[in-house]
Design a binder for this molecule. Structure first.
Ligand SMILES: Nc1ncnc2c1ncn2[C@@H]1O[C@H](COP(=O)(O)OP(=O)(O)OP(=O)(O)O)[C@@H](O)[C@H]1O
Ligand SMILES: [Mg+2]
Length: 299
């Protein structure tokens, strides 16, 4: 059982001492010596950002079927990147490759490189469990553990990872504050997580993820089962979280991508067609296929 021992205080900034030391000790490969390679920029270079993650020649397979084709994509640090594209184009597979969840399924494998802070998470020396802690995931359908209280749900990820915390109550408070649920729920923490509304459940699941102090948050259609008000709350939350976290969201909702994302990547049939600032993608895309998709001509 590992311990957070040297990190009893739960940092409010999203700074991650444990992960940093992991980063330093990880012997993953670094690709490309070019210092500019780790930057994500628009055409004018006006909103350049450091690339928190980069994929290089990333391909993914289910058995013999190739579903991602040599994807090169940089994900800007402390920004929201939306992944859009028609059903079946590989959006979920792509984000599942970003925390090595893809390979969990039978016959599923990935090939190529995924760099997190320039370290290849697919390198043989990398601890997959730690990768998944640094790159957390929120799923389409809120999935609080049904037999657990709200409080235990927030702490569940830590327990599953064998992490001890000095002050669990402050972890619960901090995580629920981050998702704007603390004031609503502070007096009913022993209620079952599943007794909450769908929107609250999704924010609880985000809190469970944040309690693990990830650096990157992957969200696969996190609002698809929510009503417009709950959706707006989750979108507000994403906007607030981007101060401290790098967020990748898969969405079918073009308005949502336009509202929440700094950058948007358009996928089509396993390929990355275009990636740019969201306003560029939605107002003057370079590719005809992007324009056809965002204007509803297909998909
Ligand atoms: N478990 C699986 N076994 C075999 N093929 C799969 C599996 N999961 C997905 N696929 C296939 O991989 C391709 C990409 O699927 P993926 O789920 O990544 O698409 P998506 O863009 O997320 O679609 P959606 O918008 O419908 O969620 C699809 O052709 C799909 O049929
Ligand atoms: Mg999907």
């Amino acid at each position: 059982m590992s311990s957070r021992g040297s990190n009893p205080a739960h940092p409010s900034s999203g700074a991650l001492p444990a992960s940093r030391s992991e980063r330093e000790s990880t012997k993953g490969r670094t690709l490309h010596a070019d210092p500019n390679a780790a930057r994500v920029g628009d055409e004018a270079g006006a909103s350049e950002s450091h690339a928190k993650m980069r994929t290089h020649a990333l391909s993914a397979y289910f058995g013999a079927a190739q579903v991602l084709r040599s994807i090169d994509l940089s994900i800007a640090e402390k920004r929201v990147t939306a992944v859009i594209g028609p059903s079946g184009c590989g959006k979920s597979t792509f984000i599942r490759c970003l925390n090595r969840m893809h390979e969990v399924g039978p016959g599923a494998r990935a090939q190529g490189h995924v760099l997190l802070d320039e370290q290849d998470i697919y390198h043989a020396s990398v601890d997959v469990v730690r990768v998944r802690r640094r790159v957390g995931m929120v799923f389409q359908k809120p999935n609080p553990f049904p037999t657990m209280s709200i409080r235990d749900n927030v702490l569940a990820g830590l327990k599953l990872n064998g992490l001890r915390v000095a002050d669990p109550s402050s972890v619960v408070e901090q995580a629920l504050r981050q998702v704007a649920l603390w004031d609503e729920l502070k007096d009913v923490l022993s209620r079952q997580g599943t007794s909450l509304s769908g929107g609250q459940q999704q924010r609880l699941c985000i809190a469970r993820c944040l309690a693990l102090e990830p650096e990157v948050l992957l969200m696969d259609e996190p609002c698809s089962s929510l009503d417009p008000i709950a959706t707006a709350r989750v979108e507000e939350l994403m906007h607030a979280l981007r101060k401290n976290y790098t967020i990748v969201i898969v969405t079918h909702n073009m308005q949502q991508a336009a509202r929440v994302a700094d950058f948007t990547a358009f996928f089509y049939m396993g390929q990355l067609v275009e990636h740019d600032r969201t306003d560029v993608i939605f107002t003057r895309p370079k590719e005809r296929r992007t324009e056809d998709y965002i204007t509803g001509r297909f998909g």
